[in-house]
Design a binder for this molecule. Structure first.
Ligand code: F6P
Length: 319
């Protein structure tokens, strides 16, 4: 292996830059040439590719977003799109690829591997919904962003004796809601993996009110329901004064936490090691603080699960 490529794809996440930096520097450390592919799979199809040097990734470890930029690329879901990407890699003489992204990005990486160019996936998404790793790059930062907001909202909720519904990201996964809800001391956490009826939510609010509780925070994952609609129904069915906050894309930005920077550095470098060992069609991850890798074929169709013990704890601490 002489020349490798790196791209970021799908929704960006804080720490992607640190992962790119690790891929580039680890590659150069091992005498590889490293090429950056801009704008995800779209840029790959278009041949938007250039050589990166040690200095190309200077001063980025602390930055949110991804300097390679990212895109959601429907064309790359098709066989024709994948073939075009493969041909561009051949044209640039790239004989190994690191793809940093989520589930959709992994599917593209698997396709390229099967066409004959070794690919390794690195889990980069705030949702933490990738199988085969305890944590994804960007999740810790997103949770910290969310609790910063929850703490602030708690101040005003308490002054005005209000109930707040806070909608956080997580298209199909409740991890951000669960971790932000637990660490932000939310009274109720609604996640897609553990459905709850509106009646249960109301019952809990009433129990709190009877104990003299003056304000409440409800954290809801976007994958469960729309926070505004949920709050309207809750207000209609209770006499409570409710306000809503939808955190949205602010959760995707910001300087990555130390945890995300270290995770990204370890995973990016490990992906290069696997390419050097001749591995292909695998995704790296971290489990019990050990670097691991799994076949993309194995993890792509496996269902994501939340940590049940953490969910149970959140329930016990918010009775
Ligand atoms: O996958 C990460 C994520 O931020 C999800 O939490 C969210 O549902 C989605 O991306 C939003 O995607 P877009 O930025 O394309 O609207």
């Amino acid at each position: 292996m002489k020349r490798i490529g790196v791209l970021t794809s799908g929704g960006d996440s804080p720490g992607m830059n640190a992962a790119i930096r690790a891929v580039v520097r680890k590659g150069i450390y091992h005498n590889l040439e490293v090429y950056g592919i801009y704008q995800g799979y779209q840029g790959l199809i278009n041949g938007n590719i250039e050589k990166l040097e040690i200095g190309s990734v200077g001063d980025i470890i602390q930055r949110g977003g991804t300097f390679l930029r990212s895109a959601r690329c429907p064309e790359f879901v098709t066989k024709e799109g994948q073939q075009k990407g493969y041909e561009q890699l051949k044209k640039f003489g790239i004989d190994g690829l690191v793809v940093i992204g989520g589930d959709g990005s992994y599917r593209g990486a698997n396709a390229i591997s099967k066409l004959g160019i070794p690919c390794i996936g690195v889990p980069g998404t705030i949702d933490n919904d990738i199988v085969g790793t305890d944590f994804t790059i960007g999740f810790d930062t997103a949770v910290n962003t969310a609790i910063d907001v929850i703490d602030k909202i708690r101040d005003t909720a308490s002054s005005h004796e209000r109930t707040f519904v806070i909608e956080v990201m997580g298209r199909n996964a409740g991890d951000i809601a669960l971790w932000a809800g637990l660490s932000g001391g939310a009274e109720t956490i609604l996640i897609p993996e553990e459905p709850q009826q509106m009646d249960e939510v109301i019952e809990k609010l009433n129990r709190g009110k009877d104990r003299g509780k003056k304000h409440s925070i409800i954290v809801v994952a976007e994958g469960v329901t729309n926070g505004v609609k949920f709050a309207e129904e809750l207000e209609r069915r209770t006499q409570l004064e409710i306000r809503v906050s939808v955190l949205g894309h602010m959760q995707r930005g910001g300087s990555p936490t130390a945890t995300d920077r270290v995770l990204a550095s370890r995973l990016g470098a490990y992906a290069v090691e696997l390419l050097l060992e001749g591995k292909s069609g695998r995704a790296v991850g971290i489990m019990n603080n050990e670097l691991v890798s799994h076949a993309l074929d194995e993890i792509l169709d496996a269902p994501h699960t939340i940590d049940k013990k953490i969910y149970q704890l959140s329930q016990e601490l918010s009775i």
